[in-house]
Design a protein around this ligand. Structure first.
Ligand code: MN
Length: 196
């Protein structure tokens, strides 16, 4: 897999003898090049991490308020460091005091399709700051846009549901289906199971 060097920031921030998170140094999980995941992360600030596979790693954003089905709602998405592929299946407890300390749940997982205009590659779309993708998850479905608004410092983007048959001003994906898409566990159950 390419772009392993883009995991350097991820690896520097973490002590893998203390955190159960994957180091990304070896990968024993079957590789799907069109995987996306949204992880509910109860850390100092509760948020949702949106990630999709590109070039062997997970391109990542932290969405403080989580995703919305409402096309008129623009959710702030802060770009974060690339994560290793195996992170898409990580569910557990990061010890307090470690980077991102708190509980991580695989809130949604599925596949994505690049739907950028003029068959623009996702790589180029990311560089341009305008990504359009179609998600086929257990919870999130249909077309979404990621639009970069601030380049300086931590990149800020907006995560927006695009108009299609899945768009809804009423449905709230966060309160409606809070359990893990991978293990059907609640946040409390994952926290309890992850405590030493
Ligand atoms: Mn996070």
């Amino acid at each position: 897999m390419k772009q392993k060097n883009s995991l350097r920031t991820y690896q520097k921030k973490r002590n893998f003898t203390l955190t159960p998170e994957p180091s990304g140094k070896k990968n024993v999980i079957p590789y799907y090049d069109n995987l996306f995941v949204i992880q509910h992360h109860c850390a100092s600030h509760d948020h949702y991490d949106f990630r999709f596979v590109l070039g062997g790693v997970l391109k990542s954003w932290a969405i403080p308020k989580g995703p919305s089905y409402n096309p008129t709602v623009k959710r702030l998405a802060i770009r974060t460091e690339d994560h290793p592929y195996a992170y898409a299946f990580f569910e557990g407890v990061i010890p307090e005091g470690e980077y991102g300390g708190g509980t991580v749940m695989v809130w949604d997982i599925g596949t994505y399709k690049n739907s950028n205009q003029n068959s623009l590659s996702l790589d180029q779309a990311l560089k341009d700051g305008h990504v359009e993708i179609i998600l086929q998850g257990q919870k999130m479905k249909g077309a979404f846009a990621l639009i970069r608004t601030h380049f300086a410092g931590k990149e800020q983007w907006l995560f927006i549901k695009m108009k299609d048959r899945y768009a809804s001003a009423r449905k709230n994906p966060i309160t409606g289906k809070p359990q893990s898409a991978l293990t059907h566990r609640t946040m409390q159950q994952i926290t309890k199971a992850g405590r030493p």
